[in-house]
Design a protein around this ligand. Structure first.
Ligand code: B4P
Length: 184
């Protein structure tokens, strides 16, 4: 069974939702950089204060900040891990490789949640988080296309990419992911 996984997809594709379900199923560590950053903001830590405005504008926080969070968490004892929201650009993908080499682990699967823009926008507007207003969603989508989307080809070239149709029923998508898990 694959133990080191990553979810890739646009904002609202269901990364957080599906990574959470899958991590519970296998008792893996679910590492969402967005969630960890939001916790820092909630706790008003110096890091939280530093990233709050950037996140609320829908922009990416600095690579160094997220790398530190990922490093600390991957190093903890775990049965396996699922990264959600990291990496988000090629530089983060390279940093992740470096971290994994150091801890003698390797990424085994990248689930790419494929979904049309109109569906994403509807989902996020319904959720209504602080960074879910129409203008901010547009910024997040633009940044996703410019900086994160190239990772699809990057992981495809490494033969790690698994396509998942992420439109439609949440349970059906979860079942498709679980089926892939047992067949890989
Ligand atoms: P994230 O927390 O990663 O937010 P996101 O990309 O919008 O994805 P999210 O997980 O929220 O959406 P999901 O698809 O699960 O990042 C937030 C911010 O943090 C970034 O903008 C950035 O500022 C910062 N950040 C995070 N990581 C970073 C990094 N590596 N580098 C730099 N900055 C970073 O779900 C969306 C909604 O859809 C949910 O309400 C869910 O309930 C619903 N949903 C899911 N599946 C559904 C389905 N099948 N049908 C209907 N609804 C569904």
């Amino acid at each position: 069974m694959k133990k080191h996984l990553l979810f890739l997809g646009a904002p609202g594709a269901g990364k957080g939702t599906q990574a959470s379900l899958l991590s519970k199923n296998y008792s893996y560590l679910h590492l969402s950089t967005g969630e960890l950053l939001r916790k820092e903001i909630e706790m008003k830590t110096s890091l939280g204060i530093k990233v709050k405005d950037t996140m609320n504008r829908g922009e990416l926080v600095g690579d160094d900040v997220v790398l530190e969070i990922v490093k600390q968490n991957l190093d903890s004892p775990n049965k396996g891990w699922i990264l959600d929201g990291y990496p988000r650009n090629l530089s983060q993908a390279n940093s992740l490789n470096d971290v994994l080499v150091k801890i003698n682990q390797s990424l085994e699967v990248v689930f790419y949640l494929d979904i049309p823009d109109e569906v994403l926008i509807k989902r996020l507007l319904l959720r209504g988080r602080k960074d879910d207003d129409e203008e901010t969603i547009k910024t997040r989508l633009r940044i996703y296309k410019e900086t994160t989307e190239p990772l699809i080809e990057y992981y495809k070239d490494l033969s790690l990419l698994e396509y998942i149709d992420a439109e439609g029923d949440l349970k059906k998508i979860s079942s498709d992911i679980n089926k892939k898990m047992v067949s890989l």
